[in-house]
Design a protein. Structure first.
Lengths: 183, 183, 183, 183
DNA sequence: CATGAATGAGAATTCATTCAT
DNA sequence: TATGAATGAATTCTCATTCAT
């Protein structure tokens, strides 16, 4: 037996799902509230019981569905014991996979960020996290001590842009470029 | 004394300027024809003497103002005599400057490319040109012979993304990352 | 207590009524959607909940309000027992009355038929039906055996044109012309 | 050597020709001033040197190109010596031909008469003229003395409507209907 | 005489949002 | 909770008309 609250929560998520799909497909401006309601199989009016406006839908998606938490979790997870080079490859692969799995969100982010600072925030955070990771490895003597901030930005940007362009890059080759296997 | 033809040409350019500025600021969907007309200090109706539709305005900007020709010119210019490493830095700097000088266009490209293949074309072309350049240098023994395609994509993506995010990168450091100064 | 469905149906009819009146008064091109909405005492936007476009409004009127079915019914109704001459008068009078009762529709037909084949269809059908009726009467020996097709076209055109011009004709005299009372 | 005045007159007629053709093809409302100017191979502005407005064009066409004068001339021409029945056939045939030769004008009349009383005037005049002719023939004992007014309206309406519907009628049969050849 | 740039008013249509049911 | 009728404001676009050149 589902309680009132559970049902409401379910409906809310369903509306967010529908909105995300429609926004990704048509862009925020190109998607009408009616489109979203139709996709969720409800009437436009109902949306307004759950969200104040179309804009509120976008903001909620950006806030609640943002993959920044998952990214942070990913990058700060302990990678003890394995060689830094392999860990870096795992890390970037996980990031790439995250982007691929959230293609709709990535599309929304790219389209919705003109007026909203969300993407800048995301990229900043991502670069910072990768940079921090690189620093620890350099300190541990596992990686060559060059400019880790530039390296972080390079790695992050390259993976992100090529995934966004739907032309994913070979991550092993990418890491090999910056941190050649010296053997 | 300006002839009718000159005056018409001037007006056309003015309208394109206004449209570009407004599109960059608000996005294509967010900008109304009235916005553009107001920015150009004319009546909306006048726009239709010069362009068939708002969409035609976008297409014209992408076609006539596209910086792809300038990019191509830049990348294929003869760089004889100087060390490859320095030429690469010059090249990427020029590319970065080009993007900076055309910030509005870059914004338009990013916003307008959902339905239009222009950006994909641009990135593809850019990466190809940089890759071709790297190949010649590797052949000449000036650069280390690693995966030039991946290197090209990395360089291009990094410069482009960081410029688009308005957080330009240190290009010397970037090149130093991929092609360390061995001395 | 009116249900939602009934209310919607009522609104739909009301909009068609308003549209017919406005179209008849100003012609299809001369009538704006705003005119129709004002006549129906609603907002222009509401029209689009019920009809896809102004053109759809015209088509719906021509289809749903067309008097062709009633005309057919009229002409094919059994007229047994009475003298053909009187029946013919009754018939044309009923036709004339039908046109008079649907003056707005007649006006719409005349104005809207430039691009639409509705009127041609109507006249063709009308002439055919009257012709068929005349044939049966001639076969029965009730009317003089002259060219019934020409007679039908003559009768139909005369009644229609004079009614359309709002100068109705004396139908008894008209019939008397073609089928003189021989007594 | 054409004088100024001749050239102006020529241009004026050219514009009227173009306007008539375009009005007939698209209807008065459907034709834009630009359409007419294009058809006349001039610019819209020039039209306003010759006519005050689009409406003035319509009125001028209706007034100057109206075939009422030619109709009157036709109907009042002396038809001495020939049998009334044949004269009537000649008359209606000429009328029918007149309509056929002026199909554009007929179309304009039908489309333009909603707000303008021109067509009513035309039909009234036409019927009166035919009626007057019939009267003289009845007085002369050439035709049977039935209701000449109804007969006139019948003949006129039948020819006009069937020509307007582009399904011209057999005029000899039509006259034979009203005034049977008694031999 | 002729052009065509420019305007202003208005056209059809869409859509986020509200609200009675 | 859910519906869907209704609104009002905005949007893209058209067009008769004017006027400087």
């Amino acid at each position: 037996m589902t309680t009132r609250k559970e049902q409401a929560e379910w409906r809310r998520e369903q509306l967010l799902d529908a909105a995300l799909a429609v926004f990704a497909a048509k862009g925020v401006d190109g998607a009408s509230v009616k489109d979203i309601a139709t996709a969720a199989d409800v009437t436009p009016g109902l949306l307004y019981r759950y969200f104040d406006s179309k804009e509120a839908l976008v903001e909620t998606l950006l806030r609640e569905r943002g993959f920044l938490p998952r990214l942070r979790e990913l990058l700060t997870a302990g990678h003890t014991g394995r060689p830094a080079r392999e860990t870096l490859i795992d890390l970037l692969t996980a990031f790439d996979t995250l982007l691929a799995d959230n293609a709709d969100l990535v599309a929304l982010f790219f389209g919705a960020t003109r007026a909203r600072p969300a993407l800048a925030e995301l990229t900043g955070e991502g670069q910072r996290l990768i940079g921090a990771f690189l620093d620890t490895q350099v300190d541990a003597g596992e990686l060559r001590p060059h400019d880790t901030r530039t390296a972080a930005r390079t790695l992050f940007a390259t993976v992100a842009v090529n995934r966004a362009m739907r032309a994913p890059i070979d991550i092993t080759a990418l890491v090999g470029l910056l941190y050649p296997d010296e053997r």
